[in-house]
Structures are given as structure tokens and as C-alpha cells.
Design a binder for this molecule. Structure first.
Ligand code: AKB
Length: 340
């Protein structure tokens, strides 16, 4: 129980949640963190968290009980089914990714109403919200901006794009026909993440996870069959840079934000470039190419790179890791340590 302004992280046991808890606890140690996830937190994270709620974002009674126990003035809503699993279970994906997000938006609105102030709602969207129609169009488009090619081909991408609009509705147009002044309390802020690579956690079922899967397999001395062609290219970022971007966006004064949804980028290597770096670090690695045409089609529909000028202009997005630094300074040293 705490009436102190708390931070709620849904999906906290996932890859992004791991990095965010560590960063949030270090930045504001006096601020209670509460988490909501189907899975318990790893033992090293539990001490950093005021209370863990084990359950689903579909459980409205659970959300209502959190409502009565805590004053929450910041929500990081990370809970989601990623792209590959969503393709095998599209109805479940819709329930979790859309209905679950609506539940958390409603929770956030209620929090704002009961405490008489806006509540920041951070939402991680994805490059999966894009849908480039052909490989030629992808090559010609180069760095795409937020308002181009918004025709996703996956259930996950459709979920993410719709929830971007849901959030913008709660943030700017909530109950616009109601009598009296606007009553919206959700300060919705969203980043469309590229593929993310973490040294601290294992990839968890994303279609972009061929990069982290390859690195972790090579470091563990295991063979890896890469399911996309060597010329395949999409934007990537290290997890520390992704967490840094979230912190910068959330700290930014609302008046400085020209949009609710932002691209961010860092580096956009072809698979062959990643493979060369991995082979250089782990000469005995057994990486082969075994293209999965259906998964290839999904990655081919995602942009080769993104225009993140709005994020750099509005809230100072500035990744620390380009391709060389990502592998040389962060991924290889830390992943090698993990498996040594
Ligand atoms: C996935 O690969 O599904 C995710 C994503 C690109 O959002 N990492």
C-alpha cells in the first residue's frame, strides 16, 4: 500500500521491463515501482520493486484493486504478445495487445480523475506498424517517417498501430462530446521501436530476434540457422539506448512534444554485416542461412531504416551505440561474459 506517486510497469518480466526496472529504481529510488505480469520477476529484480502483482492486463478486477491501493502517476505499458507468437494466435494477440491496452488506458484515466492530474502513459509501438508493399518499395523508401506506409501485414503490427490511435484518442479527444471542459487525463507518449538487442536477457519470440538469437547462439557455442536472407535490412538499437529513449521522452515537458508517436533509430545493418561481426568475435560460430520464406516476408515489409528527426528535435533522442559500439562496447563483451 502506498499513496506516494508510484510507477506501474505492465509486462515487467519481459526484456524491456528488465532494463526499465533497473533504470527507474536507480533514477528515483524513493519512488515505488509496482509491476503487473503473468510471470514473476527474476530474483535480481524483485528487491527493486515495491510490489509485484501476478496476473493479466485482461483482469479488470485486478486492475481495480491496484486502483484502490496505489496512486499511480506514470504507467509503462509493456505487456504484449510479440509478432511471431501473434501470427500463430491472432485472436489472443488482439485480446492481449488491444483489449488489454484499453483496460490499462482506462485504469490510467481513472487514476488521473481520482488524483486530479494527468498520468503519463508510455506505450512501446514498433516498426511492425509499417507495411512496405514490395522489396523494391522498401529499398526506394530508405528512412521512412512516422506517417508513411502505415499498412502493417501482421496482427501484432495492426494491434500496435491501432493502439497508437487509441492512445492519441485518450490523450487528445477523450469523451469530446461530454458537457463541460475536456476530461481526458492520459498523457499518452509512444515510441515505435526498431529491433532491440539486449546482452542481459534472451530474445523472446520477435521476428526481428534473428540478430540477438545469432549473437547469443555464437557466444554459447551453439549452431544457428538464420531465417532471413543475408541482404535483409531493418533498423536496430541496443536495449540500453531504448531505455534511455523512454526516460528522455517521459521526462520531456508535454508542451515540447509535436506528436504522440515517435520513430527512433540507431543503426540498420544487413544480416551479412551482423554475421561478419559475430564471426569476427566468435570464429568457431556455426551460423548458416536457412530462409523461412513466411517470416522473411514479414521482415521484408518492415522499413530498411527510420527517420527519427522528430524525436531528435523534440526530446533529444541520441543513441550512444552505433553498429560498431553496439557490438564492440556493449553486446560482445557482456554476452561473452554471460557464457564464459
Ligand atoms: C518483434 O520482432 O516482434 C519485435 C518488434 C520488431 O517489435 N521485436
Amino acid at each position: 500500500m502506498s499513496r506516494k506517486d508510484s510507477v506501474l510497469i505492465t509486462g515487467a518480466s519481459g526484456e524491456m521491463g528488465h532494463g526499465l526496472i533497473v533504470r527507474q529504481a536507480a533514477a528515483e529510488p524513493e519512488r515505488p515501482i509496482i509491476t503487473l505480469d503473468l510471470k514473476p520477476l527474476p530474483a535480481d529484480l524483485s528487491p527493486k520493486v515495491h510490489q509485484q502483482f501476478h496476473g493479466s492486463i485482461l483482469d479488470k478486477e485486478l486492475l481495480a484493486s491496484i486502483q484502490t491501493e496505489y496512486a499511480v502517476d506514470r504507467v509503462y505499458h509493456l505487456a504484449a504478445l510479440l509478432s511471431t507468437r501473434s501470427e500463430f494466435s491472432p485472436e489472443l494477440a488482439h485480446k492481449v495487445n488491444v483489449e488489454g491496452t484499453l483496460n490499462v488506458l482506462e485504469f490510467t484515466q481513472r487514476q488521473g480523475e481520482s488524483h486530479g492530474r494527468s498520468v503519463i502513459f508510455f506505450y512501446p509501438s514498433s516498426i511492425a506498424a509499417y507495411g512496405l508493399p514490395t522489396i523494391a518499395a522498401k529499398a526506394a523508401a530508405g528512412k521512412v517517417n512516422e506517417d508513411e506506409f502505415n499498412q502493417p501485414t501482421t496482427m501484432y503490427g495492426a494491434n500496435k498501430l491501432y493502439c497508437e490511435h487509441l492512445g492519441r484518442y485518450y490523450g487528445r479527444h477523450y469523451k469530446q462530446l461530454a458537457a463541460g471542459p475536456p476530461t481526458g487525463k492520459v498523457d499518452f507518449r509512444c515510441i515505435r521501436f526498431p529491433g532491440l538487442i539486449s546482452a542481459e536477457t534472451l530474445p523472446s519470440g520477435g521476428t526481428s530476434d534473428y540478430a540477438p538469437e545469432m549473437i547469443h547462439a555464437a557466444a554459447a557455442g551453439k549452431p544457428y540457422a538464420c531465417f532471413v536472407r543475408p541482404d535483409t535490412r531493418i533498423p536496430f538499437m541496443t536495449m540500453p539506448d531504448a531505455i534511455d529513449a523512454i526516460v528522455r521522452l517521459v521526462k520531456c515537458p508535454r508542451g515540447s512534444l509535436s506528436r504522440t508517436v515517435y520513430n527512433i533509430g540507431a543503426f540498420a545493418p544487413a544480416v551479412a554485416e551482423i554475421e561478419d561481426i559475430v564471426r569476427g568475435a566468435f570464429p568457431k560460430c556455426g551460423v548458416i542461412t536457412d530462409v523461412d520464406e513466411k517470416r522473411q516476408r514479414i521482415v521484408d515489409s518492415w522499413p530498411a531504416d527510420v527517420d527519427d528527426s522528430a524525436a531528435r528535435r523534440d526530446w533529444g533522442h541520441q543513441p550512444a551505440h552505433d553498429l560498431a559500439a553496439a557490438f564492440g562496447e556493449y553486446l560482445i563483451p557482456n554476452i561473452r561474459k554471460r557464457y564464459s
